[in-house]
Design a protein around this ligand. Structure first.
Ligand SMILES: [Zn+2]
Length: 237
């Protein structure tokens, strides 16, 4: 399989899992809210392990300034998600729109990550891609909930959530692809550093803190499973 077909496969899988999140949330809200934690914890395990043991060391070996890029990636996602967080508790549509803008940027960046990681290596693309795809479930659920809170009707909410959170990921991958293809090793190192910062943010600051403490025990098993899986890929390469 070519790099491009891997990127297509994973970014479209992300879109499908995201849409599944929206769909099951619409069908069975209480089940979904309870179970989305497992997806989040599993994704967090993968997304903290891959950058720490593989992506970031790789980035630094290609470019000594990859650490600065990682910090910028982290800060960028921090700002985007502040925008989402500060608005998700509000009920009015105007606030919902700001939150949705944040989610759209976030999902677009998620897509761009596939273009970066698969350019570095297939194994690394797959290892981090599994975590990214898993976190999409919760993202679909969250987006749909934001829309309902903003007073959007169920069926419209489904459609808008799909546009904002699901479709933006393959678009991000496809927009980033031609750009990433032209990068030399050193610049790819910087991109990889930024991606590492984004992944660390997603795991440690976005997914893990939103896991509710009641389900702690099983959530930790899902987290540990994600860590082990990413470790497994690391030794496969
Ligand atoms: Zn995401």
């Amino acid at each position: 399989m070519t790099t491009f077909s891997y990127i297509l496969l994973f970014s479209f899988a992300a879109m499908i899992i995201n849409t599944t999140g929206i769909f099951v949330m619409q069908k069975n809200e209480s089940w979904t809210i309870k179970n989305k934690e497992y997806f989040m914890c599993f994704a967090a395990g993968v997304l903290i392990t891959s950058p720490l043991i593989s992506a970031f060391p790789n980035a630094v070996s290609n470019n000594a300034n990859a650490g600065i890029a990682a910090l910028l990636g982290f800060m960028f996602m921090f700002s985007v998600n502040r925008l989402i967080k500060s608005k998700t508790n509000q009920q009015e549509l105007a606030f919902g729109i700001t939150a949705l803008l944040g989610i759209a940027i976030h999902s677009f960046v998620d897509g761009a990550i596939y273009s970066v990681t698969f350019h570095v290596s297939t194994i690394f693309g797959i290892a981090s891609g599994i975590g990214l795809v898993a976190h999409e479930f919760a993202e679909g659920v969250i987006t749909y909930s934001v829309l309902l809170k903003s007073g959007v009707h169920k069926n419209k909410a489904f459609f808008y959530a799909f546009l904002v959170a699901a479709l933006t990921t393959p678009i991000g991958a496809l927009v980033a692809y031609p750009l990433i293809s032209t990068l030399n090793q050193s610049t790819l190192g910087l991109a990889m550093g930024a991606v590492s910062g984004v992944m660390i943010y997603l795991s440690a600051s976005h997914l893990l803190p939103s896991v509710k403490s009641e389900d702690k025990h099983h959530s930790y098993i899902a987290f540990g499973f994600g860590v082990l899986l990413a470790f497994g890929f690391f030794f496969m390469k």
